[in-house]
Ligand binder design. Structure first.
Ligand SMILES: *[C@@H]1O[C@H](CO)[C@@H](O)[C@H](O)[C@H]1NC(C)=O
Ligand SMILES: *[C@@H]1O[C@H](CO)[C@@H](O)[C@H](O)[C@H]1NC(C)=O
Ligand SMILES: *[C@@H]1O[C@H](CO)[C@@H](O)[C@H](O)[C@H]1NC(C)=O
Ligand SMILES: *[C@@H]1O[C@H](CO)[C@@H](O)[C@H](O)[C@H]1NC(C)=O
Ligand SMILES: *[C@@H]1O[C@H](CO)[C@@H](O)[C@H](O)[C@H]1NC(C)=O
Length: 857
């Protein structure tokens, strides 16, 4: 775990190493911040727009946009000026999400957006020091923002530089003309409307920000593009495009040399000898222009990239060196990590990576990281993907927006496939202030920059240009699909384009235009309907691959069981007789209850297996997320996750694991077996297992041995009478004992039990510290709801706490939180620059407390 983390981090360090003439410096530290709930400066996107539009000029194919003449807006706003005294503003480091600390029930923000105060105008300011040597050398100085929520506008030393409205996209601004030697004042304004999203968007400078200093003649932004058009075990053709940008006043003759090395996951660096070299190109780049050069080389005996666990995620690094005028010193060195692999979308066999079938065992995930909010953190994101992988998942869909760029690094490293998605709406709104307002001006540059950023990642297997688009069935929607598809193809002809369609039928133009048919829910059939649309799409498009771009949407809260339990294999959630607790805002964890459009995992599996040409599914969702608390709008976070927001596994985790890891012996029993109020009552027992037969025992008395029939994915004994004691399952595969499991009736809570996922933290890494309320035998007390207080000693900070309860309105930073179904989590960070021992302790009234020691260096 730790090793992986280091490699993710060190690979960013490569570009910042002083040995290269290119410097990439983090600007995350030392900001001053202020949020205003009413407009403090009379600026708005409408006023700034004409000056912001030209920031997208590298990503539009038509006439470049020119800023108007005259003084740009904001020049007279005090916050942009060096003279402004910001000492009263809050000190923050990035990534920063101003809304996540709460409190909940923010005015004007409903459950959909997570009830947190994400609206308003935020101003961020900091000093940026530029060495006089950089100014004298005429270096180009760029600001790279991985994501700013939203409508960012940037001033340097009082000058409006540009901006980017779409909060999820990454963008670059050229600071060179306004930068000076010594201290520079950087001021960034972001602006979030109410009703701007269907889920929690986060707020502010919530991803990493970088300063890039490089020779004015350099590899351009996203300036390399690597493809592997032919791959065999013996050799691979690697095609490379390098785009050289020349910001000098005169033309420049440049030698472009690129060498390929193996990538070493342990060090995050190139390793060993040169594996292959691209032929040297010499080009003359005119002043103020860009020029691309193509070349091709062959890698012998390539180590292919492929999804784990059946294949290995091997990576390479291409190191591009620019030199000029015969000088030996490089003027730029630029590294591109890539993988050698092929992807084929086969209408019958599904996704083939390097010729091997990779059945999509995927999940959809939103961008937030639970109680950390939208503020990006590599370790938190890595933890999310690692737990999904443990479940047997091999794919994620970045629903419904560009992810933090590091997510794709992690997916490359872990060997997970990515359906990279950009938009949730086009011209038709879903909420009043969503992206439809800027779609006409921004869809082209957003799509081009997104693809250029992400197209070298071997993990990315397809582009999704939309989710459940309002105009999906209309001719206008079809025309937009074609436009977006053609833009995507022009940026990357190697990958297919899809749209996630929840209602567009086989006869729509949208369906005929996309390369891959992506079906949300309709494939398996909405709700309890079993007449899904797979076969009608299949007969209309026999040569197109079909997958469930979104499936299931089943709802549950961890550890909650509500009786009676439906006898069907999928049901629509309702009140107590239909899996819901409308007063506690909880949904039963028998994993059978879904909203009107959704289906149990079992029903989805059945539909997938009956239509074996379907390439797999992306389940809604892998992790719970802030906002969209269907079916209880007054809650604050979702019920869809297979894993709850704190990172505790719901029962469903084991249902997917039993299907996706059939070779892993497993037997997971539900519900828990501590029901003092149910003695003598029928209490259904379900078991998720990769076995083919199972026998259940209550206090050693058999409840019957069951054989799993075709289209059955769980063992269920629905007539078990509850008696306290031991509930035991013994499972068999091919007649041989496979896995067993026992759940005991537990006694009174006596103590807290603490566990940390790591004992060493530093820098941006985190420790995820879990506390369980246990009885004298150490068994979790399943319905415990004690209030736990966390305390920290030493150079660390408790960033947030959570318990996975979507209805818990205690603000995330609170160090006191109720246990939910026996468990509670604290997220701990080491203080910057400190070293030593950190003790995290947990206490609760009437129980023996617990503590864990962490080390930071
Ligand atoms: C280009 O010329 C302008 C105007 O003479 C000057 O200010 C600028 O520093 C020059 N840029 C470079 C990179 O030489
Ligand atoms: C260079 O490669 C790009 C991307 O593959 C392609 O679009 C372009 O046509 C190539 N140019 C030349 C001159 O081969
Ligand atoms: C709903 O939740 C409340 C509070 O936890 C509980 O008292 C009640 O028994 C629950 N109702 C059902 C039907 O489970
Ligand atoms: C189990 O319960 C169902 C529904 O309550 C009932 O129809 C069935 O007869 C019961 N089966 C046995 C073996 O008791
Ligand atoms: C209790 O803590 C120990 C040590 O961290 C851990 O191995 C064990 O799984 C924990 N038990 C429970 C029930 O959480």
């Amino acid at each position: 775990m730790l090793r992986l983390l280091q490699l993710v981090r060190s690979c960013w360090m490569v570009a910042a190493a002083p040995a290269t003439p290119r410097e990439r410096v983090s600007l995350n530290a030392g900001w001053r911040f202020s949020r205003f709930t009413s407009n403090p400066d009379s600026l708005s996107y409408d006023k700034l727009k004409q000056w912001v539009l030209p920031s997208a000029n590298d990503f539009i194919s038509g006439t470049k946009r020119q800023p108007p003449s005259g003084t740009p807006p904001g020049t007279d706003v005090s916050y942009v000026k060096d003279s402004f005294d910001d000492s009263a503003w809050e000190q923050v480091n990035l990534p920063h999400d101003w809304a996540v600390k709460g409190p909940f029930n923010a005015p004007g923000i409903g459950g959909g957006m997570g009830r947190l105060p994400s609206n308003g105008v935020g101003w961020y300011r900091r000093k940026v020091t530029v060495a006089s040597s950089d100014i004298e050398a005429g270096k180009s100085i760029f600001l790279d923002i991985d994501g700013a929520m939203s409508y960012a506008a940037v001033w340097l030393n009082g000058n409006l530089v540009g901006g980017w409205p779409y909060g999820y996209n990454s963008f670059r601004l050229d600071l060179t003309q306004y930068a000076k030697s010594g201290d520079n004042t950087l001021a960034i304004r972001v602006d979030n409307a109410l009703d701007s999203s269907r889920w929690y968007p986060g707020a502010g400078l919530y991803r990493n920000i970088w300063l890039v200093k490089v020779d004015p003649t350099h590899v351009g932004q996203y300036g390399t593009y690597i493809t592997t058009p032919s791959v065999s075990a013996q050799s691979a053709t690697v095609d490379l495009v390098v785009e050289v940008e020349n910001k000098r006043n005169g033309s420049r003759k440049v030698d472009v040399v690129t060498e390929i090395f193996a990538y070493d996951p342990a060090s995050g660096k190139a390793t060993g000898n040169v594996v292959a070299t691209f032929p040297k190109s010499t080009i003359t780049v005119a002043a103020g222009t860009k020029l691309s050069v193509n070349s091709s080389t062959t890698v012998l005996n390539p180590q292919l990239w492929g999804p784990a666990p059946s294949q290995k995620p091997n990576l390479y690094i291409a190191v591009t060196t620019l030199s000029s005028d015969g000088a030996s010193a490089a003027i730029d060195v630029y590294e591109t990590r890539f993988g050698i692999r092929t992807v084929v979308y086969d209408a019958t066999k599904g996704v083939l990576v390097n010729g091997q079938r990779s059945y999509i065992q995927g999940t959809c995930n939103h961008h937030d990281l639970g109680s950390l909010g939208a503020a990006f953190n590599v370790r938190a994101a890595e933890r999310q993907l690692q737990m999904l992988q443990e479940m047997g998942s091999n794919a994620i869909r970045t629903s419904h927006n560009p992810p933090a760029p590091e997510i794709l690094d992690i997916a490359d490293h872990l060997g997970m496939l990515v359906l990279d998605e950009i938009f949730d709406c086009w011209n038709t709104q879903k909420t009043k202030n969503d992206y439809h307002l800027i779609f006409p001006d921004w869809h082209e540059p957003d799509l081009r920059s997104f693809i250029r950023r992400d197209r070298n990642h071997p993990s990315v297997i397809a582009w999704s240009v939309g989710n459940e688009i309002g105009e999906q069935s209309s001719a206008a929607g079809g025309a937009t699909t074609k436009e977006l598809r053609d833009i995507a193809r022009s940026e990357d002809p190697t990958r297919g384009v899809t749209v996630a369609m929840n209602s567009a039928g086989p006869n729509t133009q949208m369906a005929s235009v996309v390369d891959i048919i992506g079906l949300n829910y309709q494939g398996e059939g909405l709700g309890t309907s079993t007449s899904g649309s797979f076969s009608s799409f299949r007969s209309k498009f026999p040569n197109k691959m079909i997958w469930s771009s979104e499936s299931s949407s089943v709802l549950s809260t961890r550890g909650t069981y509500i009786f009676p339990v439906t006898s069907g294999n999928s049901a629509t959630v309702g009140g107590a007789s239909a899996g819901g607790n409308n007063s506690a805002l909880q949904v039963s964890s028998y994993e059978l209850y879904a909203p009107s459009w959704g289906s149990s995992p079992d029903k989805v599996f059945t539909a997938q297996d009956k239509n074996s040409y379907v390439a797999g599914e992306y389940v809604w969702t892998g992790w719970d997320y802030i906002g969209e608390p269907t079916p209880y709008d007054s809650a604050r976070s979702s019920y869809f996750g297979i894993i709850d927001m704190a990172g505790f596994k719901k029962d469903r985790f084991y249902l997917y694991q039993s299907r996706w890891r059939p070779d892993l012996p497993s037997a997971h029993i539900l519900p828990h077996w501590t029901w003092p109020d149910r003695v003598g009552q029928v209490t259904p027992v379900h078991v998720f297992s990769s076995a083919s037969e199972a026998e259940l025992f209550v206090n050693d008395k058999s409840q019957g041995r069951l054989k799993r029939g075709q289209y059955e994915y769980r063992f269920r004994w629905d007539n078990v009478t509850y008696q306290p004691g031991d509930l035991k399952v013994v499972t068999y595969k091919n007649g041989v004992e496979w896995a067993t499991s026992t759940t005991r009736t537990v006694g009174d809570a006596t103590k807290l039990n603490i566990t940390s996922d790591t004992t060493i933290i530093s820098g941006d890494t985190l420790a995820f510290v879990s506390v369980a309320v246990v009885d004298k035998n150490g068994d979790i007390v399943p319905r415990a709801s004690n209030s736990v207080t966390f305390k920290i000693d030493g150079p660390g900070t408790i960033v947030s706490t959570d318990n996975g309860n979507p209805a818990d309105m205690t603000a995330f930073p609170s160090t006191t939180r109720k246990v939910f179904s026996g468990l509670v989590l604290a997220i701990v960070r080491a203080n910057a620059g400190a070293s030593g021992e950190i003790t995290v302790s947990a206490s609760a009234d009437g129980l023996t407390g617990a503590q864990v020691m962490l080390q930071t260096s």
